[in-house]
Design a binder for this molecule. Structure first.
Ligand code: AMP
Ligand code: MG
Length: 427
């Protein structure tokens, strides 16, 4: 075990340090229609354009009344009615009730709404059925209780979900300012790789990392830019790197292990890279390289000065597909989130309960992130139940396809026992 390699936590802290510098340079902004904004990163704060609710709103069908009067169970005269969409009625007279529908403005003076299911009605009169009482404010959301005009409801930097779209719609935003997606170069390396459209000759394999990484990049808010695969030769790598360095973030797959044809590190060095680490104490993904390259152009930054100030982050991902996926989720995704202007960089972890013991063959001193299957709808009262999927190492894509998360086995743990509360890395 090389003591010089950073632990997972140390490597993650290094990456988030660079990510913080990157985040300080806000990306360029574009406007998108509200309906197309899901998954984008908000570049403006969303503010309430009026009080929410804009009027004291009934949450029930029933009768607006004074709570103290209704609670005497005396009959109250029904003085009128308001439906949802009607303007608010005038002040409610003492001894009166006002018929009201869900979502309608409650007349001033009425402090509560009694539900239609809880009343007795006779010719223009209504009373609350004993022994039920009603308290002040019941079944009403007061004007401005949710938000006041001008309140910031969603901060810039939020990854937009359905909830933010609904909230923005309520505030009258038909379009949103969002950050331009960072362009992420995906450069696969390896003489054995053929494109998915080609029939592999003996000894060749299909390039699965390009489409996998493109999918991961898109899901993490980036614009994938898939470059042609570079062969395992220095000149080819130099040429590909020169082109790829025009991106906002560069992902290289393969060529970072200790083999004779693992030429990525020297090529990065020739391109002027500053290395932050060239390995991490994790499995899979130990040979991961993290470096920065001098920037040649600005895709999503405001100015050339900003562009020059921020170098291009580069991850040299180990070529084995599961190693590539894990190291992307742990390190590249948080960097991508920072480049995208997001305040929620990830990675995302959750707790689950281990359903089956893990093996005892882990390499000591490495934090492991192993493909696992988690049942997220466990029986009532139980935590999500997780178990490792059986696999034949980090090239086993069939195993990856059977998994929906990665089980985290801490550095110091040899194996984990059934019933243990464990951490899982979410994709
Ligand atoms: P490397 O990191 O280049 O030593 O590659 C490690 C393993 O991953 C080898 O078995 C490669 O054939 C495989 N591999 C590398 N790149 C890819 C790729 N783009 N798609 C699928 N497998 C790959
Ligand atoms: Mg290779």
């Amino acid at each position: 075990m090389s003591p010089a390699l950073p632990s997972y936590e140390e490597a993650a802290a290094l990456v988030s340090g660079i990510a913080a510098q990157v985040r300080a340079q806000r990306p360029r902004i574009e406007r998108v229609h509200l309906a197309a904004a899901a998954g984008r990163i908000l570049a403006q704060p969303i503010r309430a354009d009026r009080d929410q609710p804009p009027f004291s709103r009934s949450t029930r069908d029933g009768f607006a009344c004074r709570a103290a009067e209704a609670s005497t169970h005396e009959f109250l005269s029904v003085a009128g009615a308001t439906r949802a969409g009607d303007p608010p009625a005038g002040l409610l007279d003492p001894g009166a009730a006002w018929e009201i529908m869900t979502g309608a403005p409650v007349p001033p003076g009425a402090g509560s709404v009694i539900m239609i299911e809880h009343v007795e009605q006779t010719d223009g009169q209504v009373r609350l059925l004993p022994p039920r009482k009603v308290s002040e404010g019941e079944n009403i959301v007061a004007q401005g209780a949710q938000a006041r005009t001008g309140d910031e409801l969603i901060p810039a930097g939020t990854a937009i979900t359905f909830a933010h779209i609904a909230c923005a719609a309520e505030c009258g935003y038909s379009a949103l300012e969002v950050f331009v997606r960072p362009r992420v170069a995906i450069l696969t390396t390896g003489d054995e790789l053929v494109p998915v459209e080609s029939a592999p000759a003996p000894g060749q394999i299909r390039n699965s990392n390009s489409p996998m990484l493109a999918a991961l990049v898109a899901a993490a808010g980036g614009e994938p830019w898939v470059l042609p695969t570079a062969s395992d030769d220095a000149l080819a790598l130099d040429n590909s790197l020169a082109e790829a360095a025009q991106a906002d973030l560069l992902l290289i797959s393969g060529g970072v292990s200790a083999g004779k044809f693992d030429l990525v590190e020297p090529a990065l060095a020739r391109a002027g890279a500053e290395f932050h680490f060239t390995g991490v104490r994790i499995q899979p993904g130990k040979p991961l390289v993290f470096a920065v390259l001098p920037r040649k152009s600005a895709i999503n930054l405001h100015t050339q000065e900003a562009a020059r100030a921020i170098p291009v982050p580069v991850f040299g991902l180990p070529g084995n597909p599961i190693s590539s996926a894990v190291t992307f989720l742990l390190f590249a995704a948080p960097m991508l989130a920072a480049l995208a202007g997001s305040l929620q960089p990830g990675p995302r972890f959750a707790l689950a309960q281990l359903a089956k013991a893990t093996d005892k063959h882990g390499k000591p001193g490495l934090t492991r992130f192993l493909p696992a299957s988690c049942q997220f709808n466990p029986p009532a009262g139980k935590l999500p139940q997780v178990a490792l999927v059986s696999w034949h190492g980090s090239g086993d894509l069939a195993a990856l396809a059977r998994s929906n998360c990665f089980l985290v086995i801490p550095e110091e743990a040899d194996s984990l026992e059934p019933g243990a509360i464990v951490q899982i890395l979410l994709p």
